[in-house]
Design a protein around this ligand. Structure first.
Ligand SMILES: [Zn+2]
Length: 162
């Protein structure tokens, strides 16, 4: 979860004070020197699941703000670490890397929630994880179809021994 806000950091050099901040972990992790949202339509003051979306939002807000605040920057990080100022290319690169690291739904490949869904088959929880109940149900149906087609009865399969 990521949160976008405009910040006017206190106690730093003036050229480092105005930052469009991407906070990892959501709203609770944003720094306290937050300005009142002006570009809510661009995502300011909102939480995002997808780092690529939050990067787009932060860049769009920065492009507006920098017209009147030429020293404005984009930064990302955690509350208790400095928010690293970055340029647009860097923010986009960061968002792609961040996205690739997130666990995805086995079925639709969207980002998994904190508590992903699974299905149960033959008393065992699937090792696959899903974004939603719906995807987990589809996964279950595929498992049933697969078992019906190939007729593998896992209980009678011998364990591999080396
Ligand atoms: Zn899914």
């Amino acid at each position: 979860m990521y949160y976008v806000s405009r910040q006017c950091y206190w106690g730093v050099e003036p050229e480092d004070a105005s930052v469009v901040e991407i906070a990892f972990g959501g709203r609770d992790y944003a720094k306290p020197d937050m300005l009142v949202p002006r570009w809510s339509d661009l995502g300011e003051g909102q939480e995002f699941e997808d780092p690529r979306e939050v990067a787009k939002s932060a860049i769009a807000i920065w492009q507006k703000w920098v017209q009147e605040e030429p020293m404005a920057k984009i930064g990302y990080g955690y509350t208790f670490s400095p928010f690293e100022p970055s340029d647009i290319a860097e923010v986009l690169r960061w968002s792609e890397v961040e996205y690739s690291k997130l666990d995805k739904c086995t079925r639709c490949y969207s980002i998994l929630p904190d508590n992903p869904y699974a299905y149960h088959y033959g008393g065992v929880t699937s090792e696959y994880e899903y974004c939603s109940e719906n995807c987990a149900e589809r996964g279950y149906e595929e498992e049933v179809k697969y078992q019906a087609t190939f007729g593998i009865d896992s209980s009678s399969e011998p364990e591999s021994v080396y």
